[in-house]
Design a binder for this molecule. Structure first.
Ligand code: SAM
Length: 260
């Protein structure tokens, strides 16, 4: 099924449905399909708007092939930035506990587990992504539940690096999301309340009881949200600075205890 007529036909169908990288996607779908009938089914799913990554069952993230599937949030390439910051912070805290909260399929945990051999890595999320997270980071403990309620008590006071890509789209901006996200990713993975900061606020307020003495909290958000989030962080006892991402849209709020 890798003949150029099949490739051209598939690419034309995908381009007609609005796929920007139609030729590349056609090649991936052809490579993934076991014969013409399966290819036709995969192409139909893609034409209906389903994310390519859900159909393929994987997404490439910093050289890792992470498992994803229907109903999961697909890690975005912009989150390579917060993952790299988490790696740097974990390296400077030798052997510390790294928690990816709101972890989905656990891309940050996966990169830290690969790049910081001494780190202990845990992930938590309340959505239905735990089986993917466990497959993507076999060395990590993966907890399921609402924010810190998911964690066992013995982790209190032990987290050295808390990194998260929480849902941060304001509710009234839901209509501006791409169709793939709106229709195929869970809204609880995307929407963060009236100003997008509802989950950020809850993480900042509840984090102190779970952190160790030299900890750092790294939260990805839109750049327009960092000033308001820094005020929230200060109210919860943190010093906060916004670190701009190269994507020119997002930033990471880096929060530490005031004494650091
Ligand atoms: C934007 S996704 C990020 C997932 C992953 N970190 C990534 O970058 O691919 C946000 C995640 O937060 C989770 N989430 C939302 N509200 C939550 C809550 N109250 N407790 C735990 N997880 C929550 C969602 O299930 C979703 O997986």
């Amino acid at each position: 099924m890798t003949s150029s007529p099949a490739l051209a036909k598939t690419a034309a169908r995908l381009a007609g449905a609005g796929c920007v990288f139609a030729a590349e996607e056609a090649r991936l779908l052809i490579d993934n399909a076991d014969g013409p009938d399966e290819l036709a089914a995969l192409v139909s799913r893609r034409v209906s708007g389903e994310p390519l990554e859900h159909i393929l069952g994987w997404v490439e993230f910093d050289g890792l092939h992470l498992r994803v599937g229907p109903g999961t949030f697909v890690p975005r390439q912009r989150s390579l930035f917060v993952a790299a910051l988490a790696v740097a912070e974990a390296r400077s805290r030798n052997g510390c506990l790294v928690l990816e909260m709101c972890s989905g399929v656990a891309p940050i945990a996966a990169v830290v587990a690969r790049d910081v051999p001494g780190a202990r890595v845990v992930a938590s999320d309340r959505g239905a992504s735990a089986e993917y997270a466990r497959a993507n980071v076999p060395a990590a403990a993966v907890y399921v539940g609402d924010l810190f309620e998911a964690l066992p008590d013995e982790l209190r006071g032990t987290v050295g690096v808390l990194a998260a890509v929480p849902p941060y789209v304001p509710d009234d901006a839901a209509g501006q999301l791409p169709r793939e996200a709106r229709e195929f990713e869970p809204s609880e993975a995307l929407l963060g309340g009236h100003d997008g900061l509802a989950i950020v606020r809850r993480i900042l307020c509840d984090a102190p009881g779970w952190l160790d003495d030299a900890s750092v909290v790294l939260l990805e958000m839109h750049r327009s949200q960092t000033a308001a989030a820094a005020v929230e962080a200060a109210a919860c006892g943190f010093s906060a600075e916004a670190v701009a991402s190269p994507d020119e849209q997002t930033a990471v709020l880096r929060c530490t205890a005031p004494s650091q």
